[in-house]
Every structure is written in structure tokens, then in C-alpha cells.
Write a protein that binds this ligand. Structure first.
Ligand SMILES: [Zn+2]
Length: 280
């Protein structure tokens, strides 16, 4: 199974259109500028893989809001204010080297999370994406946890905790981490994802929702395990907390691996279920 995973492209290649033919959950359609060593070290201290982190200006096409921050591990956006929040977290952990990780920020539970599949204009989800989003929401509602999810389609973003919308790009998606007890609200799905099966799109949707709920990449400590290249420079600190009951080795079935293949089932791995039901 691993052999069909596409190698993640080196950063210099990622920025080019060559990514369009890859099967990573990555798309770099953003503004890039330099990142100081000091900033990089702050993310390393938080346990992130900072090897390809980039300063990133997130422009929400729906609200017009512009947020300054950083993109890490290909698809996780962390704003400058959230970096401060994470840096000041009281939750400490040293030596995270295992499976299924969460950030220091979680969604308060129990809670009903209203998911909106966006249908407005050029950011509207495709028919396949809408089907896949329903399947992703079903995945979460099948779990035994205090969080429950509703799904509707439309443009009323004010009445939703998670909004899933489409942007022009290669295959994959982008999301962020919870703050203030709420999930990360804005999930981007790149338009090229549509060229894969509904199950692969379901995988991307479920994966990005996992970030919104605080899950990190299962193989964050060595991204080459799913991507074929890359690595980890952040092995300790706050921000990467091992979830009890999940393995300390590589979990090839996790939906939270950094890269995905073209033959994903769209379903959780058993330890993903353990992790989510433990957290919520
Ligand atoms: Zn991800």
C-alpha cells in the first residue's frame, strides 16, 4: 500500500504546477516570504515539523478576511495569534515520538457542530464533494463521542462552526486547529481533488475535519512514512501530545497521515477512532 503513495515533492517543486499531478494533500497557492530561524525554532519547540514551514497570508474568499500566519506540514494553517496561544499553553509534553497526536487546543465537548457545505459562486463544492462531505460527516457521527455533527448546504456561514468550500488548486485541502473551544472554521478543498474517486475526496474531507478538531498528522514525526520524503525536526515540546491507547509506531491505516494515496477508502483507521473517542 505504501508503494502507491506518491512521493511528496520537494518544496521547490511544490510551488510549481508539477504538484497538480501529485496525490499529496497539498497545494501551495499562497504568498511566500522568509521565515526567521527564531520563528522556526518556536514551531520546533511546539513539536511541529518546520522543515517546509512558510509564512502564509490566508485570504478567505468568502469573507474577504485576511489572516497572517504560517503553513506547516503542507496543509495546516496557524495564525500568528494562535502561535502565541499555543506557545503560552499550560499543556506540556516532552519527547512525543508516537502515533495519533493532538494539539494543545481542543474543541469543548459535548457540542453540536454545524457543518456547512458552501454552495456560493466559484467557491461552491462540486456534486462529488458534497457527496463526500456527507460521508465524512457520517464518519464522525458514527463515533462514540460527545461531539455530534449536522450538515447543510448553502451560504449562511454565520450559522456554522465548520465551513467547507472549494478553491482553485491541485489535490487535497487545508485547515487549521481549534481555538476558544471551537473547531477551526474554514476548510479549503482544492478543485483538483475532484479528479479522484469519491472515497479519496471523503478521505480528504475527513482528514481536514480531523485538523479542525485538533488532530495533527499521525506521522508528523517522520513524514517520509507516508509521503516518501520529508522528516521531522520537532520531537519534543508542547503541541504534539500522544493520545493514550494509540500505537507508538507507524500506523499505515490512519486517516491523519500527512500524505494520502489515490486509493484511500475514506474511512478511519481503528486508532483514529480510539484517538477521537478518547479526546471527545
Ligand atoms: Zn493534514
Amino acid at each position: 500500500m505504501r508503494t502507491i503513495r506518491k512521493a511528496v515533492l520537494a518544496l521547490t517543486v511544490v510551488i510549481t504546477s508539477a504538484l497538480l499531478i501529485s496525490c499529496t494533500e497539498n497545494a501551495i497557492n499562497k504568498e511566500v516570504d522568509g521565515v526567521s530561524a527564531e520563528l522556526k525554532n518556536r514551531f520546533l519547540d511546539l513539536g511541529f515539523d518546520a522543515s517546509d514551514m512558510q509564512a502564509h497570508t490566508s485570504k478567505n474568499p468568502i469573507t474577504g478576511e485576511v489572516t497572517q500566519g504560517y503553513l506547516l506540514e503542507k496543509d495546516m494553517f496557524i495564525s500568528t495569534s494562535q502561535l502565541e496561544e499555543m506557545s503560552n499553553s499550560k499543556v506540556f509534553h516532552v519527547g512525543a515520538v508516537g502515533e495519533q497526536y493532538r494539539t494543545t487546543n481542543l474543541v469543548s465537548s459535548p457540542r453540536t457542530i454545524r457543518v456547512l457545505g458552501y454552495t456560493g459562486g466559484s467557491n461552491a463544492l462540486s456534486t462529488k464533494m458534497r457527496t463526500a462531505l456527507q460521508l465524512a460527516v457520517d464518519n464522525y457521527n458514527a463515533l462514540n463521542m460527545g461531539l455530534s455533527f449536522t450538515l447543510s448546504f448553502g451560504t449562511n456561514t454565520g450559522a456554522a462552526e465548520i465551513v467547507v468550500y472549494r478553491v482553485t488548486g491541485s489535490a487535497g485541502g487545508s485547515a487549521g486547529f481549534p481555538s476558544g473551544g471551537l473547531p477551526y472554521k474554514w476548510v479549503q478543498i482544492f478543485s483538483g481533488t475532484d479528479s479522484y474517486s469519491t472515497s479519496v475526496v471523503e478521505h480528504v474531507m475527513t482528514h481536514e475535519m480531523g485538523h479542525c478538531l485538533g488532530l495533527r498528522h499521525t506521522d508528523y514525526f517522520n513524514r517520509s512514512l507516508s509521503c516518501g520524503s520529508g522528516g521531522n525536526e520537532g520531537t519534543s515540546g508542547v503541541g504534539a501530545i500522544h493520545i493514550p491507547g494509540t500505537p507508538t509506531g507507524f500506523d499505515a491505516n490512519s486517516i491523519m497521515l500527512a500524505c494520502f494515496s489515490c486509493s484511500e477508502s475514506g474511512n478511519f483507521g481503528s486508532y483514529d477512532v480510539t484517538a477521537l473517542e478518547y479526546l471527545y
